[in-house]
Write a new protein. Structure first.
Length: 262
């Protein structure tokens, strides 16, 4: 039994090493003082973290990514919360088909979805690049909003809503003052998950961007084509830290949402 536990522990260690090893290598190479990406690093320096803020295109594309992710998040919430509520609250004909349509952006390969949106959104309907990029990111975020909010609604007792209606509250007032406060943590978690998906998206962005308009992930790919210094490693470390913090917050919020319903 003890040998079995040791074997399981060794296997678990190898799995974590396989998953986290590349992240550790990237983190260490970001401190390389030289001008070429090396592992192991030949010293310790923060110069490449400083270089991130000196490259103007990184700052410009970072602003674009933040703007598109935040505004797209708002649009996805305005569409996703009512859709999640309707799918969770009511039974109607075509519900499964409608649910499949909402989830399809996750199931369809990103390059296929990106090319289809390029053809219809930009080529046929001639939307400006910023508008097309916003539409693309909203479509990508919508499934995550719907799934997380619907998961939160699955723990909500709709008898509370019916009680509020029976006491004279209107449908909108009940939804705003009774339903939304009870799924607040789920909504915040959905916002954070959708934001991460949008901010790090490459498949859609590469088709929706154009001259003078780019996102941070696309700019990072462009930078790697022409440079081999540790700047990209430094950016990756910062993005990993931001992602880790947001995922910790999401985990706490989802856990809080679960236990408050018990």
């Amino acid at each position: 039994m003890q040998e079995k536990n040791r074997g399981l522990a060794l296997f678990t260690f190898l799995v974590f090493l396989f998953l986290l090893g590349p992240l550790l290598i990237i983190s260490l190479t970001s401190f390389e003082p030289g001008t070429v990406l090396k592992f192991p690093p030949q010293g310790f320096s923060l110069r490449w973290y400083q270089n991130i803020f000196k490259v103007e295109m990184f700052m410009e594309t970072f602003k674009t990514s933040i703007f598109v992710s935040l505004l797209g998040n708002v649009l996805a919430l305005l569409l996703g919360i009512p859709a999640a509520y309707a799918l969770s609250r009511f039974q109607f004909k075509g519900k499964d088909a409608l649910n499949a349509i909402f989830i399809s952006p996750v199931l369809i390969p990103g390059i296929v979805l990106g090319f289809a949106m390029l053809k219809y959104v930009i080529v046929i309907y001639h939307l400006p690049i910023y508008a097309a990029l916003l539409v693309g990111h909203t479509v990508v975020m919508l499934p995550f909003i719907i799934r997380v909010v619907a998961s939160s609604l699955s723990n909500f007792d709709f008898a509370i809503e019916e009680a509020a209606l029976s006491l004279g509250a209107g449908h909108f007032e009940t939804f705003y003052k009774v339903v939304l406060p009870n799924i607040r943590s789920g909504i915040i978690a959905a916002i954070l998950i959708a934001f991460l998906e949008s901010f790090n998206n490459v498949d859609i962005s590469v088709f929706m961007t154009g001259p003078g308009v780019s996102t941070l992930p696309i700019q990072m790919l462009t930078y790697v084509e022409n440079n081999f210094d540790p700047t990209i490693a430094a950016i990756s470390v910062l993005l990993m830290i931001i992602t880790g913090v947001l995922m910790f917050v999401i985990e706490r919020l989802m856990g809080l949402s679960y236990f408050t319903k018990r």
